[in-house]
Write a protein that binds this ligand. Structure first.
Ligand SMILES: C[S@@+](CC[C@H](N)C(=O)[O-])C[C@H]1O[C@@H](n2cnc3c(N)ncnc32)[C@H](O)[C@@H]1O
Length: 228
């Protein structure tokens, strides 16, 4: 496991996000030209209904949880194992409950949420199947899981994407705190399952009516599935 292979043990991931927490939101806005918030709103629109109890897993600095609250969720809980990311989330939205926890061992009862969302998180989880099954466990039957994740584009955008992700993003990392994170990022996307494969895995892990759509020419994919 290494930064270059895009695979890190859980402690490595946790330390990496602790280090980049101060620049995380700014980097997101710069790297996506501000589109990341639009994708988060789309995730919430497809996965969350007003009045629901919602889990934002791997919540980081909490932007998805905040979007879920704005969309009328009754109660939102954000979990993440990086305390430094959670500190920023707490400052951003004190009305949300923020809990330090591992998505592989969620401190919640079975079937206790109506919906769960994960933004740019599942790619970092050491055991992806175990994480999806754990999310399935805490959703009520019929509850929705929305997964927003970076993916590998096809077609003309693939060339631009390669230049941006493989050359420019790691360069940015040289001048920012936690720079290794920006070598890890493109490498982790390269080894992560493509959208079709992730949809199949969701089915294997107990979700039905699984569908996905791509944003921004296929740089990002949103998967939605219902707990069987
Ligand atoms: C790229 S950030 C995404 C943050 C946020 N969801 C967003 O939309 O910007 C990934 C987050 O996943 C968290 N994370 C990764 N693996 C985790 C795990 N096993 N349990 C809990 N959090 C995890 C990291 O600490 C980090 O804050």
């Amino acid at each position: 496991m290494s930064v270059e292979s895009g695979r890190l043990p859980a402690e490595g991931v946790q330390r990496m996000f602790d280090r980049i927490a101060p620049v995380y939101d700014a980097m997101n806005r710069v790297m996506t030209a501000g589109l990341d918030q639009r994708w988060r709103r789309a995730t919430v629109r497809e996965a969350v209904l007003p009045g629901e109890r919602v889990l934002d897993a791997c919540c980081g600095t909490g932007d998805l949880a905040v979007a879920a609250r704005k969309a009328g969720a009754r109660e939102v809980i954000g979990i993440d194992f990086s305390e430094r990311m959670l500190e920023r989330a707490r400052r951003k939205a004190p009305e949300v409950e923020w809990i330090q926890a591992d998505v592989l061992a969620l401190p919640f009862d079975d079937a206790s949420f109506d919906a769960a969302v994960v933004g740019f998180g599942v790619r970092n989880v050491e055991d992806l199947s175990a994480g999806l099954k754990e999310l399935r466990r805490v959703l009520r039957p019929g509850g929705r899981l929305g997964i927003l994740e970076i993916t590998k584009p096809r077609g003309p955008l693939a060339v631009f994407y390669k230049l941006w992700f493989d050359r420019i993003v790691p360069l940015l990392g040289r001048v920012l705190p936690g720079g290794a994170a920006y070598t890890y990022l493109p490498a982790s996307v390269r080894r992560f399952p493509g959208p079709e494969e992730l949809a199949d895995l969701l089915r294997t892990c107990g979700f039905e009516n699984v569908r996905f759509r791509r944003f921004a020419g296929g740089i990002v994919a949103l998967h939605v599935g219902e707990a069987a």
